[in-house]
Design a protein around this ligand. Structure first.
Ligand SMILES: *Cc1c(COP(=O)(O)O)cnc(C)c1O
Length: 427
């Protein structure tokens, strides 16, 4: 499979180039040149084989089938349990991976791909990642112990949750954590400056691991696939998904599966008050406003970078897209009420992001034999500060977190001045 640059259709690259490069010219995202269509899907086969069938065309020759099978197996080493709320309403939990958020799937897959490709490379690979909390630990976990790869994480000092900080700073080994005296945007600026600085490329091949990388985007199809398989085997013939959305990478992976012929009727993109896309569906204009801090901070995004891929999937046609996708925004008050409602009604504890996904699902009117599913993107304990206050109950701590408490936090505090960061990179 070849990939083209959405900002420069003449730039065509292989899967390997798309992964190692991250972005194309003019900061363009890569997009598959063609999308395979599946006429007859055999849901009776085991999930791993189905997953291989779906991902194989996107990887092509870049990774041998046997190796790809291994990568998929390691990526899906944890379960995606489906929780029944009503006879046709479900929550799928995507947070049973090592860092308790769905980003583990994409990060794991990308790490395994880069590991595979780095064997051929002479220079060491260095992954630079700016994070507001969840991405950094998922990427670190994926790359921990991977030979010839070093990971540098930048996070805004004192602006991530206690558990997120614990996760970011206790890896050690080939993972280095930097706390930046500034905001998430300052972290992102440091990474961007580094990519413009040829001096840091002499010893290392530097790449970024944020959600625009195709190796993080494509494997996210897998948990939609697993959910569809489970529900089809239960007798449902159509499925609609509500996805709590920030950068729209997650939902865009589900939409790719629909294009490939899987029985999905509708998508709801549920956002917090950072509502650029819900407003777009009202007035057809993408108007960016300053980012607002909310309870669902992993979705505090005002320019969703993957939306351009969604537009491409639907031929850049507003009306076609509108038939499939609804976008709705919810504020913190509504989010708190939903967390409390889920707890009181179903004795179910949910994180603020997932609660927004649940609210989005309530807007769907399923047909007979249709199932509605909302994606639960993080374990509530990652946001214990706010959730415990809302439900007035302590959330039991999973062992993956309590295990980290006795470990040493290793972190270097830096200013948002690029010269200081550059010195670290040149050492
Ligand atoms: C990253 C994240 C999201 C948003 O996903 P996108 O792919 O950026 O739309 C939602 N919930 C949680 C918990 C996240 O970490």
């Amino acid at each position: 499979m070849k990939y083209f640059n959405l900002n420069d259709k003449n730039e065509l690259v292989s899967f390997e180039q798309a992964v190692t490069q991250g972005l194309g010219k003019n900061k363009g995202l890569f997009f598959p040149l063609s999308i395979p269509y599946f006429n007859n899907i055999n849901y009776e086969q085991d999930f791993q084989s189905l997953a291989l069938e779906v991902l194989q065309p996107y990887i092509g020759e870049a990774i041998h089938t046997k190796q790809l099978k291994n990568i998929i197996q390691q990526t899906c080493a944890f379960d995606f349990p489906l929780i029944t709320l009503e006879k046709n309403k479900f929550i799928v939990e995507l947070f049973h991976g090592p860092t308790l958020a769905f980003k583990d799937v994409g990060a794991q897959f990308m790490a395994l791909c880069l590991d595979h490709f780095s064997e051929k490379q002479i220079k060491k690979t260095r992954v630079l990642v700016a994070t507001s909390g969840d991405t950094g630990s998922a990427v670190a976990s994926g790359f921990y112990g991977v030979e010839n790869v070093e990971v540098i994480i930048l996070f805004p000092k004192d602006k991530v949750s206690e558990i997120q900080e614990l996760q970011l700073t206790t890896f050690g080994g080939n993972i280095s954590a930097y706390a930046v005296e500034g905001s998430f945007d300052d972290c992102q600026n440091l990474v961007k400056e580094a990519f413009n600085d040829s001096a840091i490329f002499t010893k290392y091949n530097n790449t970024s691991a944020n959600s625009i990388n195709v190796a993080r985007w494509l494997p996210q199809t897998l948990y939609y696939l697993k959910t569809i398989q489970t529900l089809v085997l239960k007798g449902f013939d159509k499925i609609s998904f509500s996805v709590p959305s920030g950068n729209f990478g997650n939902i865009c992976a589900g939409m790719l599966l629909q294009k490939m012929g899987f029985p999905i009727r509708k998508f709801v993109a549920a956002t917090n008050v950072n509502d650029t896309i819900p407003r777009y569906f009202q007035n057809k204009i993408i108007e960016i406003k300053p980012t607002i801090s909310t309870l669902s901070n992993a979705m505090d995004v005002s320019l969703p970078s993957n939306f351009i891929r969604i537009q491409q999937l639907y031929g850049n046609d507003f009306d076609t897209l509108q038939k499939t996708l609804n976008a709705i925004s919810f504020n913190d008050e509504e989010t708190k009420k939903a967390i409390l409602h889920l707890y009181k009604t179903y004795n179910y504890i949910t994180c603020p992001h997932s609660a927004i996904g649940y609210l989005g699902m309530q807007s769907l009117n399923p047909n007979a034999n249709e199932a509605c599913v909302c994606l639960s993107t993080a374990h509530p304990v990652k946001f214990a500060d706010s959730v415990e206050q809302i439900i007035e109950t302590k959330i039991p701590e999973p062992s993956t977190i309590s295990m980290l408490r006795p470990k040493n936090k290793i972190v270097t505090v830096i200013t948002k001045n690029y010269n200081e960061f550059q010195q670290m990179l040149l050492q």
